[in-house]
Design a protein around this ligand. Structure first.
Ligand code: NOJ
Length: 558
């Protein structure tokens, strides 16, 4: 394998609206990121991914871009952005921006011109089709709910939007459009970016081989995934994108693409793949508070473990996955994956240790490192996200009462992870001097950076230990390039694996249960590299783990 600069990345994801506001408008900004670069350096990350900060009407909080060449004024100016790249460089930190090129905003000039004149060349920059018998061209459901088609005025034509109607899908079949996009990507790479996280990229190819499919819900619509996710022919677009942009700049690219296995995965992240890496979403659908796991969450843990391990093993010969437990599209990890009564320093550090040493690139989502938590709402009106309302409406249509639907939204909502960052015990958690754009979780008095920064026993300090170990000169090689071997895989509630090469063997054992667990252990302990408890019980033949205990152990090379 050819070594690349990004192989030993530890990435920190910033949701800029909620990171740090410096001008009092209640919205986080680029200067707020600059202000905290030292914090991030201290945390031990070397790459930052910033969710979209381009000009946008913010229908989907920036994932609807109206000008790819401008920074949205709510986030600052191009000068601020240049300064951020420069300041990050001084600290050996690379910046990844979010590349949203499956769709634009409906306020983008291309879309505006397309709507003004459906015969103009811009109309072909989007996916516009004739309706059928007074209905949309087909019964695809948008990923955010409702029809994926929006009627254009009083014509019989409709445009496709796989996300909100403010996010019309771009027509990648149009070569001129593709070249416009490549030009824009290179404009940003020229500025010295490390690369991009590439949004919704598995949807750029659509297959229109049929009119309607059998509905899969009472709305008469269908989630037609096989027709718009990794559809046949997508590879040609992705390859061209890579050749004309990323490859020229030796960029790091992280694709948001799921359901890739075998040969497909290789084409995405193999030696000459379209991208550097893709996220492993194995654990993403799981919600411990769902009825089905109520009395048996260990079954959920085992399922997650098996899926993660399967992915790890299938990626070894291909390339690197990106490993994460939180992002801006899901609830906070502790609320999602640990029984409420068990959420503590131990279970939170266990989750962190569990994924941090997997083979691939570890990502930390803002606030995860201090244990920010979900903020359940008392009324549906307190949510802000368009998809939340679409999902809520669909639940009501499916027969849930308003109370049941709100409960479900409180378990599933991605908005939990978007509350403003909790820096201190001061007003508005130190996030803004103004009125925050989104309610701050009232637990900020207990959970904040200020109270954890100097405390060696805090979650934040534990995250620093994780990054330190992962990037330690002596162990870096084995953590980055070492093999991955499952350990104790038939032990319920235990997620354990070995990372090894010819010089080192390290095992990572995580007790994802609230019970003590005794495991056979006769591997010749060399060194305890990390332990979320102060104690460890090991004898010649066994190791005893306390509830939610995690240990990283160096053992003798055979
Ligand atoms: C995936 C992003 O992570 C999500 O936040 C966004 O809403 C959709 N793509 C649409 O761009």
């Amino acid at each position: 394998m050819t070594k690349k600069w990004w192989h030993d990345s530890i990435v920190y994801q910033i949701y800029p609206k909620s990171f740090q506001d410096t001008n009092g408008d209640g919205v986080g900004d680029v200067n707020g990121i600059i202000d905290h670069l030292d914090y991030l350096k201290e945390l031990g990350v070397n790459v930052i991914w910033i969710c979209p900060i381009f000009k946008s009407p913010m229908v989907d909080h920036g994932y609807d871009i109206s000008d790819y060449y401008e920074i949205d004024p709510s986030f600052g100016t191009m000068k601020d952005m240049d300064e951020l790249i420069e300041e990050a460089k001084k600290r050996d930190i690379k910046i990844l921006m979010d590349l949203v090129i499956n769709h634009s905003s409906d306020k983008h000039i291309w879309f505006q011109k397309a709507m003004e004149d459906l015969n103009s060349k811009y109309a072909d920059y989007y996916i516009i089709k004739e309706g059928k018998d007074g209905n949309p061209p087909n019964n695809w459901r948008s990923i955010f709910g409702g029809s994926a088609w929006e009627r254009i005025g009083d014509t019989n034509k409709y445009y496709l939007h796989l996300f909100t109607k403010g996010q019309p899908d771009l027509n990648w079949e149009n070569e001129e459009l593709r070249n416009e996009l490549y030009k824009m990507v290179n404009y940003w790479l020229e500025k010295g970016l490390g690369g991009f996280r590439v949004d919704a990229i598995s949807h750029i190819k659509k297959n229109f081989d049929y009119v309607n499919l059998p509905a899969d819900g009472p709305d008469g619509l269908v989630g037609a995934w096989e027709y718009y996710q990794n559809a046949d022919g997508i590879g040609e677009f992705l390859n061209e994108l890579k050749e004309k942009t990323f490859k020229i700049y030796d960029s790091m690219t992280v694709a948001e693409a799921d359901k890739l296995e075998g040969e497909k995965l290789r084409r995405f992240i193999g030696e000459d793949g379209y991208f550097s890496t893709v996220f492993d979403f194995s654990h993403a659908p799981y919600r411990i508070r769902e009825e089905k796991w109520k009395d048996n969450y260990i079954a959920m843990v085992d399922e997650i473990r098996d899926r993660i391990f399967e992915k790890q093993l299938s990626s070894i010969d291909c390339g690197f996955l990106s490993n994460f437990i939180e992002n801006h599209d899901m609830p906070r990890s502790a609320d999602r994956l640990i029984p409420q009564e068990d959420i503590s320093f131990y279970s939170e550090t266990m989750l962190a240790t569990m994924y941090f040493f997997l083979r691939g690139i570890p990502f930390i989502y803002q606030g995860q490192e201090i244990g920010m938590r979900d903020f359940p709402k008392k009324s549906i009106k307190e949510f802000l996200d368009v998809p939340t309302y679409q999902i809520y409406d669909r639940m009501l249509k499916e027969g849930l009462t308003k109370e049941e639907a709100l409960n479900k939204i409180n378990i599933e909502s991605r908005e939990h992870s978007r509350t403003p960052f909790q820096w201190s015990t001061q007003k508005n958690a130190g996030f803004t001097a103004g009125t925050p754009w989104f309610d701050i979780n009232p637990n900020y008095k207990e959970i904040n950076v200020e109270s954890q920064r100097e405390d060696d026993a805090s979650l934040l300090s534990y995250y620093k230990k994780l990054t330190l170990l992962r990037s330690h000169e002596e162990y870096k090689e084995v953590f980055v390039y070492g093999d991955f071997v499952p350990f104790y895989k038939d032990k319920d509630g235990i997620v354990a694996y070995e990372r090894k090469d010819e010089n080192k063997r390290v095992i990572v054992i995580n007790n994802w249960t609230n019970k003590e667990n005794i495991l056979e252990f006769n591997d010749g302990l060399k060194k305890i590299l990390l332990n979320n408890y102060n104690k460890i019980f090991i004898d010649n033949a066994s190791i005893k783990l306390m509830p939610y205990q995690s240990v990283v152990l160096e053992i003798g090379v055979k």
